[in-house]
Design a protein around this ligand. Structure first.
Ligand code: COA
Ligand code: AMP
Length: 628
């Protein structure tokens, strides 16, 4: 692909006229009403984009492509390794189904601004439900299937949906995950109850429907009248996506309609080098931000073909699964988490399975979701003989903060680096007092306000929470929560979180919320959960617990109960499998548990023992427990 300009030119063009740059990008979409102001700094925690503009995200993702002659192009390929089936939906098909789903929601009283929770596995109806919400101006909140009932309940309680769209079951290797009992339990736990639940009945486990509340989704869609697009304000919310914060309470990250559509539409060519008609496969889950942005919205906004894969990189049926999908659907760019590559590498270190498939369509592999260890990036690059691009972002930003840019020509491969700041992001490492550090020095990676379009303008009904979480530490800056370095060349190296968020198999989790669960066990006096390096998943949580005085039950029994409790309250996705009993936890003299020190020990490093430690022997005990 010919480079439109160099990265330096593009970045400089954005820097010299940020509003002009984004206004030009916004021309790629169709607006019902143009914006009055490209950016208005006076609204919200740091300002809002495309104020006064009106558009419909679903119209831009579906209707206009059909109108412009792409109706017969495949929009979505659903490839399920779990049921051994492939279904292709043209833009015309996807539009027809979305119109019906929108009609079904509207018939149940859902209108602009109402919330709809979507709790679904990787089935086309999940994407259709998202687009249907966008179509009628409703706000969706997708909840990942690997969460337990209590997590779902917390999201229902906060978002207060009128309707929940769900399925009878999800499919994990070797087990059918029945969603309905989880959904029923969550609705029972939540003080807010939805009016209706629309349930997709899957053949692997049909669900009993609750009379008066639940309805069969397929029947509801069949009976519905197609619903047209409802234009909304660019600043109206498109969705809420809950993500782990530093407390047990998840944060409701809000995405608006206008800025989101502009940023994602623009990113498809600028970052991934893709255009209408190209096949893009993001191997993630619609429950995560990567799935929202790059399985559903961005590829459709650009008129691409998006692959939605229900399966794993290994075991469904083997380590050749990803190569099979690339060959079968002629995927041009694959985007996945490093964990997926590590899983394949572990089972097929020589990459022999690539020889069974024609991978000639593949032009690049993009990685994100967690730090990619250089050996894995190098392995993938050598195996595929294609560029491997690591790019760094977060649920809050909705698209990449740093990346490599196929439109401008990729940077030389530097495994371990997340690339350079995307135009739109003025990124620097700050010291703890908020001063910009010289290049090459490690600090708090922070973005000078305003954030670009597509980034969260606020948290759901919690503007103050947004300010406290991201803006108050360094006035004028958004604190990403990641530590890292911007080096002399401008490459960014992300080292890890500065808070208690961990990344397990590319899944963002809070150790604080796991601690809350452990502390609720009747035998536990106090506890600490830290993320330790894991060969496959990047990080894995380890819980250290001190039992209450007088508890004489076998430690192994308590540990087993704690593992079960985290699975029950947070869900299997927490991958909490390791609880160890210790006599005491190392603390400072003021009583603060030395989590950072414990984390280093768990990673097999020799920590610098803080001068404020109260009882050094406690550290030795924890060290011994971690080596058990
Ligand atoms: N619904 C229900 N349960 C789910 C689930 C879902 N959507 N997703 C995961 N789980 C369960 C798994 O079955 C597993 O359960 P188990 O403890 O009974 O085995 C548990 O949650 C942990 O899942 P995970 O950490 O993913 O481990 P795994 O062993 O099942 O799979 C990999 C390992 C590497 C194959 C898998 O993590 C993977 O494909 N990772 C890619 C990462 C990715 O796509 N990240 C998205 C962000 S970009
Ligand atoms: P999530 O909100 O689930 O996307 O998780 C965001 C967090 O994942 C970031 O704050 C980082 O800690 C981590 N992360 C995501 N992508 C990368 C990357 N490419 N390199 C390093 N860390 C990453």
């Amino acid at each position: 692909m010919a480079a439109a300009a160099s990265y330096e030119q593009a970045y400089a063009a954005w820097q010299s006229d940020p509003q002009g740059w984004w206004a030009a990008a916004a021309e790629g979409l169709e607006w019902d009403q143009r914006w009055d102001r490209v950016f208005d700094a006076s609204i919200g925690p740091y300002g809002r984009w495309f104020v006064g503009g009106r558009l419909n995200t679903c119209f831009n993702a579906l209707d206009r492509h059909v109108r412009d002659g792409r109706g017969e192009q495949v929009a979505l390929i659903w490839d399920s390794a779990m049921v051994g089936r492939v279904e292709r939906f043209t833009y015309a098909d996807l539009l027809a189904r979305t119109e019906k789903m929108a009609g079904a929601l509207a018939a149940r009283g859902v209108g602009a601004g109402d919330r709809v929770v979507i709790y679904m596995p990787m089935v086309p109806e999940a994407a259709i439900a998202m687009l249907a919400c966008a179509r009628i101006g409703a706000v969706h909140s997708v909840v990942f299937g690997g969460f337990a009932a209590a997590e779902l309940a917390a999201r229902i309680a906060d978002a207060k949906p009128k309707v929940i769209v769900s399925a009878s079951c999800g499919l994990e290797p070797g087990r059918v995950v029945k969603y309905k009992p989880l959904l029923d339990a969550a609705i029972g736990l939540s003080p807010h109850k939805p009016d209706r639940c629309l349930i997709l009945q899957r053949a692997q486990a049909r669900a009993d429907l609750t009379p008066g509340r639940d309805e069969d989704l397929t029947e509801a869609m069949a009976a519905a009248a197609p619903h047209p697009c409802v234009p909304v304000a660019a600043t109206d919310p498109l969705y809420i996506l809950y993500t782990s914060g530093t407390t047990g309470r998840p944060k409701g990250v809000v995405r608006d309609n206008g800025g989101h559509a502009v940023a994602l539409w623009n990113s498809m060519r600028m970052i991934y080098g893709l255009d209408a008609g190209d096949v893009f496969w993001t191997a993630s889950d619609v429950g995560w931000v990567v799935g929202h942005s790059y399985i559903v919205y961005a590829p459709l906004l650009r008129g691409c073909t998006s692959v939605m894969y229900e399966g794993k990189p290994v075991g469904t049926p083997d380590a050749g699964a990803f190569w099979r999908v690339i060959a079968d659907h002629k995927v041009k760019v694959l985007f996945t988490a490093p964990t997926a590559m590590r899983a394949i590498k572990q089972q097929d270190p020589e990459g022999a399975r690539t020889r069974d498939y024609d991978l000639s369509s593949l032009e690049a592999l993009y990685l994100a979701g967690e730090r990619c260890d250089p050996p894995t990036a190098t392995w993938a690059a050598e195996l595929l003989g294609k560029p491997v691009v690591d790019h760094w972002w977060q649920t809050e930003t909705g698209w990449a903060i740093t990346a490599g840019f196929r439109q401008y020509g990729l940077f030389p491969f530097r495994p371990g680096s997340g690339g350079r700041p995307c135009p739109g992001h003025d990124l620097h490492a700050l010291d703890d007092d908020g001063h910009v550090l010289p290049r090459g020095q490690s600090g708090n990676l922070s973005i000078r306000l305003p954030l670009p379009p597509g980034c969260a303008p606020t948290l759901w009904q919690n503007e103050e929470g947004y300010r406290t979480a991201y803006l108050s530490d360094f006035p004028g800056w958004y604190r990403t929560g990641d530590a890292g370095v911007v080096d002399e060349a401008g490459d960014v190296w992300v080292m890890g979180r500065t808070d208690d968020i961990i990344n397990v198999a590319g899944h963002r989790l809070s150790t604080g919320s796991m601690e809350e669960v452990l502390a609720s066990h009747p035998d536990v006096a106090e506890c600490a959960v830290v993320g330790a390096k894991d060969e496959l998943k990047g990080q894995a949580p380890i819980g250290l617990v001190v039992l209450k005085a007088g508890v004489s039950r076998p430690e192994a029994d308590v540990a087993r109960e704690l593992v079960a409790l985290v699975r029950e309250r947070i869900g299997p996705v927490a991958a909490f499998k390791d609880a160890r009993v210790v006599a005491r936890l190392p603390k400072t003299r003021s009583g603060k548990i030395l989590r950072a020190t414990i984390r280093k020990l768990a990673d097999g490093e020799v920590p610098v023992v803080p001068a404020t430690i109260e009882d050094p022997a406690a550290l030795e005990e924890v060290s011994a427990a971690l080596q058990r």
